[in-house]
Design a protein around this ligand. Structure first.
Ligand SMILES: C[S@@+](CC[C@H](N)C(=O)[O-])C[C@H]1O[C@@H](n2cnc3c(N)ncnc32)[C@H](O)[C@@H]1O
Length: 474
């Protein structure tokens, strides 16, 4: 017996790698069919997404969980994954060894653990290529009550920040770091409410507290204190205006109409103060996105750029600032041009841009130009108006000229991210036909209007937007 065992061991040792009986030959395609009895007990099969683990509720009685795909009952040729293990108090353990064995924990000899294979990436929405219906996205790992509490209380963060802004806490604390009682005395607010609100803003990470003294970190000051650094407080003021509109969302959906119209006609006929608040709000993000866009798609010295629906004109100004001899023209509605002049003056770049009042739906574009920029414009318009604007861009461009489309264009997928889905709601609330058009849809429009997409780039954090770089075809 002993001699036979020694011979078998010697044979195993001398066998070339990959020649184990039953093992696939090196280079042979991997088999995904049923495994022969006893082969590869622990090899998980890649059969789709794993069921997310829910740790907060007792597991229903039934088959044991495992890590390699949907449950398959043990049977001939598919030994149970718990085979060879002693039963524990909680029943069978999953394979892959993410729970320590009872005997080992109690100081006994450890069981030999099978080698773990790396798991395949978590796939959603597909089975294997082209097979079967799409699978639903995996459920959130959060318990349902937690998810609801988080979503239902989301407005409280906005309310706290907006109240602190409205009461003038930020300029006061930037002027002089101070305790809550002093803030309340200077601003005429209730001392107890002031301290509670200041602590909430500290908890949100926007103020700091050193002992009892509140401090506004320098990096927040441009967005919260007017005139601190150029013009960047528009976003917080605009959020204040939109806050009430979101409260009226049900009515907007019932009636199918925006609560605060910002479409071209409304800007032309509406309250100039509102146009100013709108354009200053967009400018807060655009003044930081503009350098990123210009880095991703630099233009040649001496090029002519037309920025259509250019808003504050900060993209045109940024290109002019970094490109020698570049001629930048801003086309926008007259009320917006007024605001753009004011903002660019505060930013110190008014001289870099030529202003061209016009309506992109009805007026011809000035040309010929080497590049046309459409930033955050298509998402405010219907498919039909987007087509009109793209056709005019084609006409204004020189052959081979560059079209830059910048904006929030979610990936086309069955379940959009919360940010993308809520962006679409925001477009619905303020524009007649605005939408979160996805990049594939915009690509279709471009092909139809004789443009070739050269590249699509995400701007990356903190922006949600993308840049499509396209060329005019003949
Ligand atoms: C969301 S803002 C984008 C501003 C700028 N491109 C940016 O990204 O910062 C949309 C711009 O389109 C302009 N606009 C809307 N309707 C227009 C029209 N019919 N003709 C020209 N401009 C228009 C608005 O005045 C506004 O400046």
């Amino acid at each position: 017996m002993r001699q036979q065992a020694e011979e078998r061991a010697r044979e195993r040792k001398n066998r070339p790698p990959g020649t184990r009986p039953g093992a696939p030959r090196p280079g042979a395609p991997r088999s995904y069919g049923p495994r022969p009895p006893g082969a590869g007990r622990y090899a998980p099969r890649d059969v789709g997404p794993r069921t997310p683990r829910y740790t907060g509720a007792p597991r229903p009685a039934g088959p044991p969980r495992h890590t390699g795909g949907p449950y398959r009952p043990a049977g001939p040729g598919r030994p149970r994954q718990t085979e060879g293990r002693p039963p524990s108090a909680r029943g069978a353990r999953p394979s892959g060894g993410y729970a320590r064995d009872d005997r080992e924990r109690q100081g006994g000899a450890p069981f030999a653990r099978p080698e773990r294979r790396p798991l395949k990436p978590f796939r959603t929405g597909v089975q294997s290529a082209g097979e079967g219906p799409p699978r639903p996205s995996p459920a959130r790992l959060e318990p349902p009550l937690q998810r609801l509490i988080t979503a239902l209380n989301g407005y409280q963060e906005s309310a706290a920040l907006l109240a602190a802004h409205e009461l003038g806490f930020f300029p006061e604390i930037l002027r002089q770091p101070q305790i809550a009682a002093d803030v309340a005395r200077r601003l005429g607010t209730d001392p107890r409410g002031t301290e509670i609100l200041l602590d909430a803003v500290v908890a949100l990470g926007v103020l700091h507290r050193h002992g009892a003294t509140y401090v506004l970190p320098r990096e927040f000051a441009p967005y919260l204190v007017p005139g601190h650094d150029g013009d960047a407080t528009g976003m917080v003021e605009w959020a204040h205006e939109l806050y009430g509109m979101w409260g009226d969302l049900a009515r907007a959906v019932r009636e199918g109409s925006p609560r605060l119209r910002l479409t071209g006609d409304a800007l032309l006929e509406g309250d100039p103060a509102r146009v100013r608040r709108y354009i200053r709000a967009v400018h807060t993000v655009s003044r930081e996105a503009a350098p990123r866009v210009a880095e991703l798609a630099p233009l040649l010295p001496g090029a002519a750029l037309l920025d259509v629906g250019g808003g504050s004109g900060i993209f045109a100004a940024e290109y002019a600032r970094r490109t020698p001899e570049l001629k930048a023209t801003l086309l926008d509605l007259p009320p917006t041009i007024e605001v753009a002049r004011e903002i660019l003056r505060v930013e110190g770049v008014e001289d870099l841009v030529t202003f061209y009042p016009g309506d992109y739906r009805t007026d011809p574009f000035p040309g010929p130009v080497d590049a046309v920029l459409l930033s955050n414009v298509l998402q405010t318009e219907s498919e039909e108006t987007a087509g009109i604007v793209l056709r005019k861009a084609w006409e204004a461009l020189r052959p081979g000229g560059t079209l830059l489309i910048h904006g929030i264009m979610p990936d086309s997928q069955a379940t959009p991210s919360p940010a993308a889905a809520l962006f679409a709601v925001r477009m619905f609330l303020v524009f007649d036909m605005g939408n979160a058009w996805n990049a594939d849809k915009v690509g279709e429009w471009l092909a139809r209007e004789r443009f070739a997409v050269r590249a699509t780039r995400s701007l990356g954090s903190p922006f949600q937007s993308k840049l499509i770089i396209a060329s005019r075809l003949e």
